[in-house]
Design a protein around this ligand. Structure first.
Ligand SMILES: Nc1ncnc2c1ncn2[C@@H]1O[C@H](COP(=O)(O)OP(=O)(O)OP(=O)(O)O)[C@@H](O)[C@H]1O
Ligand SMILES: [Mg+2]
Length: 369
């Protein structure tokens, strides 16, 4: 039985559909990351599951039981809000023991659990402080410890690491997943950080404008994005407008603007159909000497070079005016390539995807809001 099931859930605020016909299931003990840009409905989703908000349409089920009309207090779920919501007049320890005590756990056990959770978030030494004596990131960690200590089986975490700096964020996300697995918790963890979602989620759910775009394992979502929006959101991708020229069992040939030709592995679109070709930046190679235009080996001029830690990103304008980007690990770069150089760009047909041409055009499809 799934731990959680949403069936056609819609939530409106006036004219805005914050959730639009959302249906999915979360397995018992699964760690699900919800990924979406600002305003996509992530908080509304968690609040609807927690019972703080009630959907206009559709139903929420917890452990097989319909809870749509049941209050938040009666659901075995804890919501850790984006805004922490600590009790200002209580110490950190009192904030964290509050949940277990409310469930009639003995003081000794509640304090022992609270102590462990505060240690996990590295705040055990501040147990006697009051929330307003802590930094924003510390308050966020207290809120997380409070959620973890509550004893609820379903944890709803709203950007739980959002206020933390890089190193602590990396440390806590690993600990969080480990603790959830050891304690048999089911977790829904909201983030707008693609890497965080990929690293800790058993599965990832991508939301856009209140609509579920894709739900799958990080591997699946990354390698088989079902929509242009997802391909753009979970990776660094070039999109080019194209027309299908020929198709066969092995794949298709596409015509880019000005007659440039590209081979792709997908053969599901009809000849003469308008499509969008997508190529991941890391699947694109760049060579300093242009060899002229051949299928999947296109020459162009470097218009920008960006150093990104262990990668270099090159932006290249092809002879037809289309722009394509390549991301190359620095250790694989043998020759310096600069802005203004002519290069050839190539990619394997196996590493391409094609999508139906969107009714709103490419730009409309890429916009998050
Ligand atoms: N109480 C409310 N009243 C009116 N509109 C609301 C309310 N709560 C949310 N909305 C609207 O619903 C949409 C989704 O909001 P939500 O807070 O769920 O987004 P989010 O994905 O959590 O964004 P963020 O990443 O910024 O936290 C937004 O357009 C927001 O303005
Ligand atoms: Mg939010």
């Amino acid at each position: 039985m799934p731990a959680l099931r949403l069936l056609n859930v819609t939530k409106r605020f006036g004219a805005i559909k914050a959730l639009d016909d959302v249906t999915f299931e979360v397995k018992d003990r699964e760690y699900l990351c919800v990924l979406g840009s600002t305003g996509s409905g992530k908080t509304t989703l968690l609040r609807s599951i927690a019972g703080i908000l009630h959907p206009d349409d559709g139903d929420v089920y917890l452990d097989g039981e319909k809870v749509t009309e049941i209050s938040a207090e009666e659901r075995n779920a804890v919501y850790v809000p984006q805004t922490y919501a600590l009790f200002p007049h209580m110490t950190i320890l009192e904030n964290v023991v509050f949940g277990p005590l409310a469930k009639n756990t003995s003081r000794g056990i509640a304090e022992e659990t609270a102590g462990r959770m505060l240690k996990l978030v590295r705040l055990d030494k501040r147990a006697d402080a009051y929330p307003n004596e802590l930094s924003g990131g510390m308050q966020q960690r207290v809120a997380l410890a409070r959620g973890l200590a509550s004893g609820a089986k379903l944890l709803l975490l709203d950007e739980p690491l959002g206020a933390l700096d890089g190193r602590l964020r990396l440390e806590l996300r690993t600990k969080l997943r480990k603790l959830a697995k050891e304690s048999n918790l089911t977790v829904i963890h909201v983030t707008h950080d693609q890497e965080e979602a990929m690293t800790i989620g058993d599965r990832i759910l991508v939301l856009r404008k209140g609509k579920l775009q894709q739900l799958g394992t990080p591997y699946h979502v990354y390698n088989r994005p079902e929509k242009i929006f997802v391909a753009n959101f979970v990776g660094n991708t070039t999109f080019l407008e194209a027309i299908v020229k020929t198709r066969s069992k092995e794949g298709s040939t596409l015509r880019l603007r000005e007659g440039l030709t590209v081979r792709v592995r997908d053969s599901s679109f009809e000849t003469d159909e308008a499509v969008i070709l997508s190529i991941r930046e890391e699947n694109t190679s760049i060579m300093p000497e242009p060899k002229g235009d051949e299928p999947n080996r296109l020459s162009g001029e470097v218009t920008a070079v960006h150093f990104l830690g262990s990668f270099i990103r090159y932006v290249v304008m092809l002879t037809n005016g289309d722009v394509i980007a390549a991301r190359v690990p620095i250790k694989e770069v043998n020759t310096e390539i600069n802005k203004g150089d002519w290069v050839s760009i190539s990619f394997d047909p196996m590493n391409t995807h094609i999508y139906e041409y969107p009714t709103l055009g490419l730009q409309g499809e890429l916009e998050a809001n």
